[in-house]
Design a protein around this ligand. Structure first.
Ligand code: WQD
Length: 334
């Protein structure tokens, strides 16, 4: 009994892999290494280099490794890139899941945990977004994730699959620094990059209807996200289910609060430049976590300080040189 983990060489995937291996699960990784790093996959874990779009490779991998379940993370996840290259995103994310489902059905593999996203909700005025909230994604990326959820549910109904979709909120931080995100385009890595280059971080809008005018997001430590996947693997194995849950902390932090936390952690001046709003940014996106706690018996354990400290450690470890980070116009921090 083994699990195929697609995208297991990625930033999030490698944390999920470590959690699954630590749980004693047998795992084989499929990754096209388009953004993943081979070094993140331990030598004792088989790594199949290839794409989920390769149906024959998928079927052979499922068959040859005695796979009974799949954790599918191998996909594209940049909102702005999905706007510029929607067809690439539909092919990679939607045709990828279609190909995976066809291979699973052909090989009699019936358990699936799917990496979905809070992006399926689009813009919401709710203080906390629950799984039965309207799903009106406002980016091609979000639309690919929602279409995948639909395909998976239809396949589960038709072929008796046991499935769970996990709607990730804003994933940050790192476990061991060798798994740190490299070259990310979300808030944390962009702020760290600005600071490491002696630039002020940029805040996209401070005129939102929030407590300090900047956007509110539900940041979740990647190790908490990884443990949610292990709980989901157990869930789809122990019973035939068709469930979709949020994976977040249920707590919102504003962008300015994140900058304050980064300043407190790094000792650097994080005074931002305020720029105009960024198109497509909802004012607030915070998870309702009751269903994930009830169904998975799981809850996030790391707070914002731990997320920032681990993310900073990871950013420092993955800097091309070990030179100290220059403070804004002043001395450097260690
Ligand atoms: C967070 C907030 C920005 C950078 C992402 C992606 C996707 C999905 C959810 C998985 C926003 C502000 C950012 C900066 C800023 N994850 N910001 N200055 O857009 O909430 O969603 O996570 O599916 O990865 O959709 O994340 O980190 O880009 O932005 O002010 O330099 O930080 O405006 O309010 P986002 P983000």
């Amino acid at each position: 009994m083994s699990w195929l983990l697609t995208g297991g060489a990625g930033y999030i995937g490698s944390h999920v892999l470590r959690a699954m291996v630590d749980e004693g699960l047998q795992v084989v990784v499929l990754d096209d290494l388009s953004s993943g790093l081979e070094s993140r996959v331990p030598n004792h874990v088989p790594l199949i280099t290839g794409s989920v779009l390769d149906g024959e490779l998928l079927r052979a991998t499922l068959r040859n490794h005695g796979v009974t379940g799949v954790v599918h993370l191998g996909a594209k996840k940049s909102v702005p890139v999905s706007v510029e290259q929607p067809l690439h995103y539909y092919r990679e994310n939607v045709v990828g899941v279609l190909t995976l489902l066809e291979a699973m059905v052909a090989e009699g593999v019936s358990n699936l945990v799917f990496s979905s996203s809070a992006a399926v909700y689009g813009t919401s005025d709710a203080a906390q977004v629950a799984e039965d909230s309207p799903t009106l994604p406002d980016s091609p990326y979000g639309r690919t994730k929602l279409m995948c959820e639909w395909m998976i549910r239809d396949a589960a109904a038709a072929f008796g699959l046991s499935i769970m979709s996990l709607r990730y909120f804003n994933v940050v931080g790192c476990g061991d620094t060798d798994l740190a995100e490299v070259g990310g385009t979300n808030l944390f890595p962009l702020v760290f990059r600005a600071l490491s280059e002696g630039r002020q971080p940029v805040v996209f809008g401070d005129d939102y209807p929030t407590r300090d005018g900047s956007c509110v997001r539900d940041y979740i430590h990647v190790e908490d996200l990884a443990s949610a996947h292990v709980a989901a693997v157990r869930r789809v194995t122990d019973a035939r289910v068709d469930e979709t849950v949020n994976v977040g902390c249920g707590v919102g932090h504003t962008v300015l609060e994140v900058l304050d936390a980064i300043g407190a952690t790094t000792g650097l001046d994080t005074t931002p430049v305020i720029a105009p709003r960024r198109a497509g940014d909802p004012a607030s996106m915070v998870a309702a976590t009751g269903l994930s706690e009830e169904i998975l018996g799981w809850r996030a354990r790391h707070g914002l300080t731990a997320m920032v400290e681990s993310a900073w450690r990871g950013a420092q470890a993955s800097r091309p040189d070990s030179s100290p980070v220059p403070a804004l116009g002043g001395s450097s921090a260690s």
